[in-house]
Design a binder for this molecule. Structure first.
Ligand code: HGY
Ligand code: MN
Ligand code: MN
Length: 426
């Protein structure tokens, strides 16, 4: 690990921009609350626009609210798309996603300067810095919304019509912050993303750069438990159809499933909405979001079957009906091995300790790798803390990650994976 005293002026400028960026939606405890399409998200997007425009980049928004900073030195050539997301969960950390967008912008600035030096070798591809809309999916579901539209996995109209808990649509939210554009998006040749690990494995092993080789699969379910409204005092127990009792049993069922597959299955209920949520009323309706995740699709399939068996039992035990609405899922898929190999070479050339890792969380690059060769990089998370105001990565690591990303993007722009015959989007 380097010391901050060895930071260059460019490194120091990056850290300073990181601190400025973290003021948008800042919370009292050192975190951020910058949910997609909120005023804080809009202010930060305007700040990013200025940052990019001041360096000669052209900024455009597409119809799904993705923000693009285009640096086109090879007219008509496709782009290396590099970025992440700046939206956050409520009371979240400063690094998740935002680090990757700022690192992408600074990597692009460094490369633009490098390519303008006399005698520099000209790139073959252009650079598009991207701030994907609504990766988190906290205000509007599903997560990874902007990159799902760009990669053709989600219809634009479906995304725009999605509403938050207050009934505001994505279309309205984007219009209110001036971020709904008409740009079709650039033609991508390759993609790169850097992100914090959000786990402990790299920190534990003293590794600076994670080379992401594949992602865990996820099944996210939206359940509605239906009961019947009643008086909590006067209604005899056997007459009750308590939706919250059924929902609570589902919460416990999720943990019991994880206990059956120790270490290989992660499960959680992250959101519960109780109706009418009133002190003396047995709830008639509870909606909840339940996640199952694993690196082993057979385990995930077994967990899915066990969950549904348990739901049938819960319906009988709690005298409720459980409806399954939307679900969002993704399989285990590898990042292109040639991209992992390229990143390993770069890390070795830069003298950065590295290892291959899987990503347990979903990322926009999880979508992008299905359409173009994609390099996903991690830097360590202190104590593995994430989706928490105390999320932290050292300045040394964010600066090392920026150096790594810069070099990877430079090589991608110079066609390092060209003989791999990339699939390109139109
Ligand atoms: O992992 C997730 O669910 C989110 O998309 N990051
Ligand atoms: Mn993220
Ligand atoms: Mn996140």
């Amino acid at each position: 690990m380097t010391s901050t005293t060895s930071f260059t002026a460019l490194d120091t400028a990056f850290v300073a921009d990181f601190h400025t960026m973290s003021t948008f939606g800042a919370t009292e405890n050192g975190g951020v609350d910058r949910q997609a399409g909120t005023a804080a998200d809009g202010e930060q997007r305007r700040w990013l626009t200025s940052l990019l425009q001041d360096r000669g980049f052209t900024v455009k928004f597409d119809a799904a609210g993705n923000q693009w900073g285009l640096y086109e030195t090879v007219p008509g050539a496709p782009f290396v798309v590099v970025g992440s997301h700046m939206d956050s969960q409520p009371t979240a950390g400063r690094y998740d996603g935002a680090y990757g967008v700022l690192a992408a912008a600074h990597a692009a600035f460094r490369l633009a300067a490098r390519w303008n030096e006399p005698g520099a070798s000209a790139p073959t591809f252009n650079i598009a810095v991207v701030n994907w809309f609504n990766e988190e999916g906290s205000r509007f579901k599903p997560s990874m919304m902007g990159s799902s539209v760009y990669t053709g996995k989600l219809e634009l109209e479906t995304a725009l019509a999605t509403t938050d808990a207050a009934g505001t649509s994505v279309r309205e939210a984007l219009e209110s912050i001036g971020c709904r554009g008409t740009f079709a998006g650039p033609t991508a040749a390759y993609c790169a993303e850097i992100h914090i690990e959000q786990g402990r494995s790299m920190e534990r092993e003293g590794i600076t750069i994670g080379l992401v080789s594949s992602n865990w699969a996820a099944n996210k379910y939206e359940f509605v438990v239906h009961g019947e409204q009643a008086h909590t005092g006067s209604t005899v127990i056997e007459d009750r159809k308590d939706a919250l009792l059924g929902a609570s049993m589902l919460v416990v069922a999720a943990r019991e499933l994880a206990n059956r597959f120790p270490g290989v299955l992660h499960t959680s209920v992250g959101q519960l909405n109780v109706y009418p949520n009133s002190p003396v009323v047995v709830p008639s309706r509870v909606s909840l979001l339940l996640d199952l995740r694993s690196a082993d699709e057979a385990v995930l399939a077994e967990a899915d079957a066990l969950l549904h068996e348990r739901i049938t039992e819960i319906e009988a035990l709690a005298n409720v009906a459980v409806e399954q609405n939307h679900s969002h899922s993704w399989p285990v898929t590898p990042y292109q091995p040639e991209g992992v190999e390229l990143a390993a070479k770069v890390a070795a050339d830069l003298g950065l300790s590295n290892k291959t890792v899987m990503t347990l969380a979903g990322h926009d690059s999880t979508n992008m790798k299905d359409i173009v060769p994609t390099v996903m990089l991690f830097v360590p998370s202190v104590d593995g803390i994430s989706h928490n105001e105390h999320e932290y990565t050292t300045d040394e690591d964010i600066v090392a990650g920026l150096a790594m990303l810069t070099e990877v993007v430079d090589r991608l722009c110079h066609g390092a994976l060209e003989d791999q015959d990339p699939v390109r989007t139109a």
